[in-house]
Structures are given as C-alpha cells and as structure tokens.
Ligand binder design. Structure first.
Ligand SMILES: C[S@@+](CC[C@H](N)C(=O)[O-])C[C@H]1O[C@@H](n2cnc3c(N)ncnc32)[C@H](O)[C@@H]1O
Length: 191
C-alpha cells in the first residue's frame, strides 16, 4: 500500500485519502463485508486495501487504459488477482452488464456522474448492504457556497442534488461523514 501511495503521489493519480481508506477497512471488518463493487479503480489502491481488510470478491471498474493496466499489475504483485476482477471500460456501459448482488458498493469515479451511476448501485446492492460514495463534500464546496470555485459549480450542483436524493429515499438511511473529501454512507434497508 505504501508503494502505491508513493506511485500515486509521483504520477499524480487520485486515490482515496488514507483516512477514507481506514474507514473502508473498518466498515469491511465491522460489517463482515465479503463482496464489493467498486466504481473507479485507478491503480487498484482501494481495491487492494479492501481485499486486505477481508473482502473476498471485489469487482472494480476503470475507464483509463493506463490506470487499468497498472491496477492489473498491482493485483498480480499483491497476489490478489483471484479475488479482484477488473472491468476495463466506462462504468456507464459496464454497470448495465453486471448482475451480482454486493454487500458493499464503493462509488469513487467521476463525481458529476454519481446520479447516473446510482440506479445501478442500488440494483446491485443487497438489502442490508452499504453504498459508500466518496468525495461528496468536494473540498467543502458541497457544504457551503463560500468555498465554491466558479468553474466547479456544475459538479457542486450535481453533488448537492445527489446528496439530497440519497437523504430523501425512504429505503436508504444516509449519513455524510467529513472524512477525507467527504463520504456518504447509505444503508439499504431490508424492507
Ligand atoms: C478517485 S479515482 C479512484 C481511486 C480508487 N478508488 C482508489 O482509492 O484507489 C477515480 C477513478 O475513476 C475513473 N473513472 C472516471 N470516470 C469513470 C467512468 N465513467 N467509468 C469508469 N471509471 C471512471 C478515473 O479514471 C479514476 O481512475
């Protein structure tokens, strides 16, 4: 994990912040989470961390050719290729082809598209499962107008709509934590 953190720093790859990674590890151990769908793999840092925390089967999606190649190499190096399946492509096209039922979905790809990915996240989540959406506070911009940078306004608006939608859904119990760049935890009730 330290090697991947150093690689990400050197090549400016966006990976989860260490405190977000710790939260994922705690959630996986606490919830005895076995199956995870991750949307946004980058170089495999969070997928490897989640596998090391006890997740037995991880399906992850990544659009970038370079990131997907490096992630596959990292899964091999870590001896985790049998536990982690990488779908190389746009989540918009990959998600409709998936049919599993996952204990946890970790949404960590293009923030402006969270609302578009969400119906699949919900469809693929087991009742009693957990949707974890990363970067929802977006450097505080989602929480307060004072921090909003004008060129980011579209993403901020979409993230606000996304959080409002999560909070309004009766089948979800959602809590937003100011950890890392902001993490929304949404528990899917067994109705
Ligand atoms: C924040 S990074 C993921 C970091 C990773 N989860 C980790 O913590 O190690 C977001 C990744 O999502 C990928 N991504 C963005 N849009 C995507 C899409 N439509 N489909 C699949 N991957 C996408 C980006 O290429 C990028 O590598």
């Amino acid at each position: 994990m330290a090697d991947l953190e150093a690689f990400a720093k050197e090549y400016d790859v966006p990976i989860s912040q260490p405190e977000t990674m710790k939260l994922l590890e705690v959630l996986i151990r606490l919830g005895r989470i076995e199956t995870v769908l991750e949307i946004g793999c980058a170089i495999g840092y969070s997928a490897i961390g989640m596998a090391m925390a006890g997740a037995k089967e991880i399906t992850t999606v990544e659009i970038s050719d370079d990131a997907a190649r490096v992630a596959q190499e990292n899964f091999q190096k870590a001896g985790l290729s049998d536990k982690i399946t990488l779908h190389h492509g746009d989540a918009k096209e990959v998600l409709p082809t998936l049919n599993g039922q996952y204990d946890m979905v970790f949404l960590d790809a293009a923030k402006a598209q969270y609302g578009n990915f969400f119906p699949h996240c919900l469809r693929l989540l087991k009742p009693g499962g957990l949707l974890v959406s990363d970067n929802v506070l977006y450097k505080g911009m989602t929480a307060t107008d004072e921090l909003v940078q004008h060129r980011k306004i579209t993403i901020v608006k979409r993230l606000r709509q996304y959080l409002e939608m999560l909070s309004a859904m009766p089948e979800l119990e959602t809590s937003v934590l100011p950890v890392g760049d902001g993490v929304a935890l949404s528990f899917l009730k067994e109705m």
